[in-house]
Design a protein around this ligand. Structure first.
Ligand code: 4AD
Ligand code: MG
Length: 443
């Protein structure tokens, strides 16, 4: 019976065939212990000299790491058996080598990050990377599942665009015949057109930002889901966000216990993630940061937490704020001057806008940026001028406000930042199969 390691539980006492790769191997006298992985998990396949012919035993004894193989044997339940999920092993009866690997460069010993990144095409096979990328796939599926079952229509928005939406300093410019174009920083502006046809929409795809900073939170190519909703104000938007994020976390908890175990991620850190999430204003946040700064004795930390009203948050500010809560926290009402041109100002206090960032706990920081959008075409035009953007490129966008304009809101959630937080891992570069950063375009 052909099966997968994930399904071994169903075949105890039966003969099965597994197709995969040799992850690791040890031997002891008449026994060779092979750790075999097949994409769905890892299991121990034990070759006992007495059970196989001489040639098979010799092959097993010398098989190099990452050789591809097909093993057939009987499934035994043994709580001590290592692996993922573990607890089951195969008593090998026959072994077919599909290809003998040659000197695989990533051995079970420690390697430096640059070496591993240069070998990313191989590194993705390692257990931690495997677990992270499986969680990533669950996160993406949970996002789509939640949006699709809540009436959102998926729209594809262009990747080649004529203008900026999230600031002009991090645009990737590409030649476009005799003209130039930019890789999309967001699909939002197009989704603002799409809501007038479909009500509730989302786009989900890669986005590009020429981020010159080298931080553990920034990629130059990352995946973002962007829901946009007609007849929706900021308060309603936050309810949508907290429901979707909770659904993502609960889906990972339900489906990826093995992966979380591999990652050493305590599920108790995630189990309580459910609505409502705390909400604080930017004004409150600045006051809290000032209080934290006053309390700290460490001069370096004092410096990092420095803030005056009107400044955007840096990573240290976000980190400090999230440590005050055990759930993601919304920060609303940022200064209009530090946010994108399209965010609706508060009518009684136009220096702040109806914006919200969602900061993930445990120091992870921003995973969502969202806002209510400007409805008034004249104000929108003024904001475009104020930010020095070319009016002509936004004509279609301004025109949306003239034909049945409504209050509307939307947000963007970064997939890799969300995966980094849920997995409790250090650096965003491991949350995408082939990361792109300022210093890396290979492999
Ligand atoms: O806050 P941002 O820039 O918002 C927008 O792009 C809006 N147009 C979204 C919308 O309202 N439709 O980006 C949204 C999210 C961030 O919160 C973060 O999770 C992620 O995208 N993000 C990045 N992730 C990895 N690397 C980067 N360089 C990122 N920049 C933003
Ligand atoms: Mg943002």
């Amino acid at each position: 019976m052909d099966t997968t390691i994930h399904e071994l539980t169903q075949y105890v006492g039966q003969i099965v065939t597994i197709k995969g790769w040799l992850y690791n191997r040890t031997d002891k006298g008449k026994l060779v212990f092979m750790q075999v992985r097949d994409g769905t998990g890892i299991c121990q396949a034990v070759v006992f000299k007495r059970d196989v012919d001489e040639a098979t035993f010799e092959t097993a004894l010398r098989l190099p790491q990452e050789s591809s193989l097909i093993v057939t044997g009987d499934v035994r339940a043994d709580p001590r058996a290592p692996g993922v999920p573990g607890g089951y092993e195969i008593g090998v009866k026959s072994l077919q080598v599909v290809q003998r690997a040659e000197e695989y460069p990533i051995t079970p010993k420690e390697h430096g990050v640059e070496f591993l990144m240069d070998n990313r095409h191989l590194w993705i096979r390692s257990t931690k990377q495997w677990a992270l990328l499986r969680v990533r796939a669950t996160v993406m599926r949970a996002i789509r599942g939640w949006l699709d079952s809540n009436g959102y229509v998926e729209m594809s928005t262009p990747i080649l665009t004529p203008s900026a939406a999230e600031g002009t300093t991090n645009l990737f410019e590409v030649g476009y015949f005799d003209d130039k174009a930019y890789l999309a920083q967001t699909g939002q502006l197009y989704n603002e057109a799409n809501i007038f046809a479909f009500g509730k929409v989302y786009c989900f795809g890669p986005t590009f930002r020429a981020e010159k900073s080298k931080t553990r939170r920034h990629l130059t190519e990352f995946w973002m889901v962007e829901p946009e909703i007609a007849f929706c104000d900021l308060d309603q938007l936050l309810e949508i966000e907290e429901q979707m994020v909770s659904h993502i976390v609960q889906t990972v908890l339900a489906e990826n216990q093995n992966e979380l175990k591999v990652l050493g991620r305590d599920p108790a850190k995630l189990a309580h993630i459910a609505p409502p999430f705390p909400r604080i204003t930017y004004d409150d946040a600045v006051a809290k940061l000032k209080a934290l700064q006053a309390q700290t004795a460490d001069p370096e930390q004092k410096q990092l937490l420095d803030i005056t009203w009107g400044m955007d948050f840096g990573a240290p500010h976000e980190t400090a704020l999230t440590q005050l809560y055990d759930k993601p926290v919304f920060v609303t009402g940022f200064p209009s001057a530090v946010k994108a041109f399209y965010m609706e100002p508060y009518p009684d206090r136009p220096e702040v806008c109806k914006s919200a960032d969602l900061l993930a706990p445990e120091g992870y920081g921003e995973i969502i940026g969202g806002s209510e959008r400007i409805s008034d075409p004249d104000l929108l035009l003024k904001r475009i001028h104020d930010q020095g953007l070319p009016e002509q490129a936004y004509q279609w966008y301004i025109e949306l406000r003239k034909f049945g304009s409504v209050p509307h809101s939307g947000f963007g959630l970064g997939v890799e930042r969300t995966v980094t937080w849920i997995c409790g891992t250090e650096h965003i570069r491991e949350a995408i199969p082939f990361p792109r950063t300022i210093y890396r375009l290979y492999p």
